[in-house]
Design a protein around this ligand. Structure first.
Ligand code: NIG
Length: 390
């Protein structure tokens, strides 16, 4: 038996992402079960069991946030305040969160994770990746991975986040690539490594990626965050799905990304919070590279789940057009997670067969996200064909 159908009508502007920046005006769509079954002009909407009129508002695919670190405990407000007073960001703050996370109960970690997941959903994020990386022992990485797998869509193993006390970098990489990877593998889809001065060098990062690949995991890298470095070239040479941050890129890095399928995932909220320059989004797109926008929600370098803030920043300060920024925050995020945008159940697009994840704005057009910066514009969110907020 077919699922009941629901027609969403009265859409002033519908961003579909089906024809690169496909936008329809005076549009409607029909949902059956968890999926979109029809998209087109209002005047031709087929009969449906139920109808919801959204009153001339803009509809977009739900945000796809492809980079977060939500499994943590503790507070780094003082570190942030000191940074705003001129103390530079360094990866050392990660250890503060590691200490708090190790002593937190599973219940507390799960509560924090669900609170942030719900906060993101209320703002239109309907698909979300998160990482481990604040446990850094076999037992703590395993429990963080298991808790994450209960709460989000995709989980990344980031045991190689920083080197804990009592290890040399190489002895810690042995642990990450051996017992730790074996313990988390059942819960995760991806492996990641923080390839940066003060974390892991190119050779250590390559070992982590190769061990992950041998376990059947997809590859992603934190690279070129705090300065130029080998992260981008390593990502491209390993055909990683994504290299994340990309704040400090050389011309050769941009050329390499443009010639590859690796997505450059840009994290503008992190660049601002750490007082780094904003990633060169315009140069990447002009060169032909693929980009995504994500929040990097975490307690140290970027404590926000707001994809709208990232889109607004990308338009107002990074030289992207609104359609480019919307694409990067929806379909681009899905590509950074190696999704096929035309597959049944696809996220980040609104086409027949796609997952019915809708973000409805209290505005007639999506450009209001940049035109009215800082105004909460989410009117309602649909997740898997059901109203999820309010
Ligand atoms: O993506 N770069 C490494 N990891 C996080 C930072 C996490 C932290 O400061 O706690 C990031 O910015």
């Amino acid at each position: 038996m077919n699922a009941a159908s629901m027609a969403i009508t009265g859409i002033a502007e519908l961003t579909t992402n089906t024809d690169e920046f496909g936008v329809l005006h005076d549009a409607a769509l029909v949902i059956e079960g968890e999926r979109v079954s029809w998209v087109g002009p209002s005047r031709s909407v087929p009969d449906a069991d139920r109808r919801v009129d959204v009153g001339g508002r803009a509809v977009l695919p739900g945000w796809v946030d492809s980079h977060t670190h939500l499994v943590f405990a503790g507070d780094r407000t003082a570190e942030f305040a000191a940074r705003m007073n001129g103390v530079p960001y360094s990866a050392g703050g990660i250890r503060t969160t590691v200490e708090a996370t190790r002593v937190a109960s599973d219940g507390l970690l799960a509560e924090n994770l669900h609170r942030l997941r719900a906060e993101a959903l209320r703002q239109g994020t309907t698909y979300l990746e998160t990482k481990t990386g604040y446990g850094l022992t076999v037992a703590d990485e395993k429990r963080c991975a298991a808790l994450a797998a209960e709460a989000v869509d995709e989980v990344t193993f980031l045991g190689a986040h920083v080197v804990p006390a009592d290890f040399t970098p190489d002895s810690y990489v042995d642990l990450v690539c051996g017992p730790m990877l074996g313990a988390v593998a059942e819960h995760v889809r991806w492996i990641d490594v923080f390839c940066e001065t003060g974390a892991f060098d190119a050779a250590q990062s390559a070992r982590v990626l190769q061990a992950g690949r041998a376990h059947g995991l997809g590859l992603r890298i934190h690279g070129n965050q705090l300065g130029p470095g080998p992260g981008v070239q390593l990502a491209v040479s390993h055909a990683a799905a994504s290299v994340d941050h990309c704040t400090h890129l050389t011309d050769a890095d941009i050329e390499a990304l443009a010639a590859s399928t690796t997505v450059a995932t840009l994290l503008p909220a992190c660049d601002l919070s750490t007082r780094q320059p904003l990633a060169p989004a315009r140069r990447l797109l002009d060169a032909g590279a693929r980009i995504a926008l994500a929040t990097n929600a975490n307690p140290g370098s970027s404590y926000t789940t707001s994809m709208a803030y990232c889109v607004t920043t990308a338009v107002l300060q990074m030289g992207l057009t609104l359609p480019e920024a919307l694409w990067a925050a929806t379909a681009g995020g899905a590509q950074a997670l190696a999704h096929d945008l035309s597959a049944p159940g696809a996220v980040g697009v609104l086409r027949p067969g796609a997952r019915a994840d809708l973000h409805i704005l209290d505005a007639p057009a999506a450009i209001h996200l940049a035109y009215r910066p800082g105004i909460p514009l989410t009117w309602s969110v649909w997740h898997r064909g059901e109203p999820a907020h309010p």
